[in-house]
Design a protein around this ligand. Structure first.
Ligand code: PEP
Ligand code: MN
Length: 485
């Protein structure tokens, strides 16, 4: 069947948003379709001219990510996919962006230091606005109102729940601003290894955790010093990049890719462009790239095999992810892979599993076995967040740190038992601080032992609860220790 950026329109779209004024929507989409790409496949890695004798796939951002993901699949790198459950327009501030990037860098530094494995970093950032909801309406006080669907659809304010197409345009510009600032901070040396102490350790409450991180930084400074003394140049101090001593990548000092759930297909279609594929030899060789992010994923609620989302995703050249939860049948999983990756290209599909600590043992092994038998190349990633959401006694959505760790630990063990490999983690975390410099209080436990009565103190997420800076470092040390073994 022919694919086009709009062929999804003939299929049922789960989580579809109904706009009252279709003409208004069309006008907005036409405008977005004329705006420049947010990410361009031809945007060269910052220092790509320093790389010689390597394939072109190493140079261009989207292709470069595909290549790096194929490395993850081959056990040569580890993937960190992380960020907010949902970004908001109001939280698009320089402090928040800096804190998010700081946490992603700190986390990956811990992983690299422990495992001596390169880390591929993909942020849930610069476009993660739309949210799937379990119900079209929600109860606020005594009122039943349409659910909040994310800042690119409607407002969090119960009075502002009518979908407004102008919000899609606003999402485009907030993504642009976010990306612009990420590029600015990363190219100004923020990721340099002389800076880890600036990545916002100041508010870490647990002295032991702080010390553990400080020890890594100190050893690293020593190692860099030693290399300099004996005249080994690493190429840059940002050896935390995917490749040591070169290949520094997309945002200047290190590679950092962007991603979001590809939920609003109207928007994704408007940013889908037919562009020259740098890997194909002739000038006419073009592919369809989604230029709103390097990596997009299909959510657990929109992955129906005959649905619009699978149809859209099968035609884009970007590396893609798909959430896999308990409702996925093994046989269905393989059929979806046949559709998404008929040529079985390495680095193309990442499966992000999210069963919950209590369910993973029931499902993961059979999913792994089915995929193995099908010989589909995939990258397995553990999302220990989405199957472990509970409601606290005070009615706040939360997650227990111990459930998160339990799912992660079981996931690592099951992969080992199945002779498979966990290629990465997908987390909802934030380095965001409130005005007084304290981190958020949304998940329970961790080395800071966050208790239920502390949850309300700085609960800032308007979607799912995120790990804060400290709790994220706890997870980083745990994974890093495992990878070391
Ligand atoms: C998410 O990643 O925020 C999300 C909604 O996940 P899932 O599709 O797995 O429920
Ligand atoms: Mn979420």
């Amino acid at each position: 069947m022919e694919w086009s950026p709009s062929s999804w329109r003939s299929k049922p779209a789960a989580q579809n948003v109904k706009y009252a004024d279709e003409d208004h929507l069309r006008r907005v989409l036409s405008k977005i379709a004329t705006l420049p790409p947010l990410v361009a496949p031809s945007e060269a890695s910052f220092q790509s001219q320093n790389l010689t004798g390597t394939g072109l796939e190493r140079f261009w951002q989207i292709e470069r990510l595909r290549y790096q993901l194929s490395q993850v699949q081959e056990n040569k790198a580890f993937l960190l996919h992380a960020g907010d459950c949902a970004e908001s327009f109001d939280a698009c501030t320089h402090e928040n962006i800096t804190a998010k990037i700081g946490l992603i860098l700190s986390f990956s530094l811990i992983l690299i230091w422990g495992s001596r494995t390169p880390v591929v970093r993909i942020g849930r950032i610069a476009g993660q606005y739309a949210k799937p909801r379990s119900s079209p309406t929600e109860k606020i006080g005594d009122r039943v109102v349409p659910s909040f669907r994310g800042d690119n659809v409607n407002g969090l304010d119960p009075e502002d729940r009518t979908p407004n197409p102008d919000r899609l345009l606003s999402a485009y510009f907030h993504s642009t601003t976010t990306l612009n600032y990420i590029r600015a901070i990363l190219s100004s040396g923020f990721a340099s290894l002389s800076h880890p102490r600036d990545w916002s350790l100041s508010h870490v409450r647990s002295a032991a955790l702080k010390k553990e991180f400080e020890d890594i930084v100190a050893s690293l400074s020593d190692a860099l010093d030693f290399s300099r003394t004996i005249g080994i140049e690493t190429g840059s101090e940002s050896a935390i990049g995917y490749e040591r001593g070169g290949g520094l990548g997309a945002f200047g000092a290190v590679d950092l890719y962007t991603s979001h759930e590809g939920l609003m297909l109207d928007y994704e279609e408007a940013l889908t462009r037919k562009l020259r594929n740098p890997l194909l030899q002739s000038e006419e060789s073009q592919s369809y790239y989604n230029t709103s992010a390097h990596f997009l994923w299909i959510g657990d609620r929109t992955r129906q095999i005959t649905g619009a989302h699978i149809e859209y995703f099968r035609g884009i050249r970007n590396p893609i992810g798909m959430k896999v939860g308990p409702s996925m049948e093994s046989e269905e999983l393989v059929r979806v892979l046949d559709v998404l990756n008929p040529d079985r290209e390495s680095g193309r599909v990442t499966l992000i599993t999210r069963y919950g600590a209590g369910k993973i043992e029931k499902y993961l092994a059979s999913h792994i076995t089915a995929v193995k038998q099908s010989e589909h190349p995939v990258i397995w990633v553990c999302d220990p967040m989405h199957g472990n959401t509970v409601t606290s006694s005070l009615g706040l959505k939360t997650r227990q740190f111990r459930d998160i760790v339990e799912e992660l630990t079981l996931c690592l063990r099951i992969h080992e038992q199945c002779n498979s490999r966990l290629g990465g983690v997908s987390l909802e975390f934030t380095g965001e601080l409130n005005e007084e410099g304290f981190s958020v209080t949304e998940c329970l436990g961790g080395s800071m032992e966050l208790s239920e009565d502390e949850l309300g103190l700085r609960y800032q997420s308007f979607c799912d609860p995120r790990l804060n800076f400290e709790q994220s470092l706890d997870v980083a040390f745990l994974v890093s220790k495992y990878l070391k073994e």
